[in-house]
Design a protein around this ligand. Structure first.
Ligand SMILES: [Zn+2]
Length: 208
């Protein structure tokens, strides 16, 4: 499935596809669909993710936020991540996978418990390696490893967000933090070559 298809469905776009409804589009609306967003830093994964969770009534999970939370709470996972950061390394594969597994499991358990009927989850930042991809979306016919995620925690589709490097770079350079509420914002306004990525500014009462 193309990223544009998912986004059109999510946006309720009155296009040919959303009016006629492809089997895939219907499936997304009816059943639980777990997606992962893949794209370079600055490509808008977080922004698309926040639109999609509202439109699809899904849960959003950002691996960056998740690991930062672990570090802040000084959990065992957080300590390992902090140590890797100190050494200038990426967090260890299986540590990140464990954090993801536990968080998704928690989200899905709460979903069943509360009967909140969200249609699935949307992930930003996982998988980042071949090992992680094998755990969350094992290929048919390959042996299931001990750490492979159970069926209900696997992703069904990867949505690739493709934005030119030059635009990603501008968006990365536009990142700021609100001095009042500490929320991440972006002051860069992109409107070029068909890409429209407006600034993300703080909500009132924070002034900018
Ligand atoms: Zn603010």
């Amino acid at each position: 499935m193309r990223a544009s298809d998912v986004l059109l469905v999510a946006a309720g776009c009155d296009c040919e596809m959303s009016r006629t409804g492809t089997p895939m589009a219907n499936q997304i609306i009816r059943n639980q669909i777990n997606l992962t967003l893949i794209g370079a830093p600055g490509s808008g994964k977080g922004t698309y993710g926040s639109y999609l969770v509202k439109s699809l009534n899904a849960k959003f999970l950002s691996v960056g936020d998740l690991l930062r939370d672990h570090v802040q709470r000084k959990t065992k996972i957080g300590m390992e991540v902090a140590l890797a950061q100190k050494r200038g390394e990426l967090a260890i594969d299986h540590t990140v996978a464990k954090a993801m597994h536990d968080s998704l499991d928690n989200i899905e358990t709460l979903n069943v418990f509360r009967r909140s009927r969200h249609v699935g989850f949307i992930i930003d930042g996982f998988p980042r390696t071949h090992y992680q991809a094998r755990l969350i979306s094992p290929m048919k016919g390959t042996p299931v490893e001990a750490e492979t995620f159970p069926e209900h925690l696997r992703v069904h589709y990867a949505v690739s967000i493709q934005v030119p490097d030059s635009i990603c770079l501008k968006k990365i350079l536009g990142r700021r933090e609100c001095s009042v509420c500490r929320k991440d914002i972006n002051v860069c306004n992109i409107d070029e070559d068909g890409f429209r990525m407006p600034p993300i500014l703080p909500d009132p009462p924070c002034a900018w």
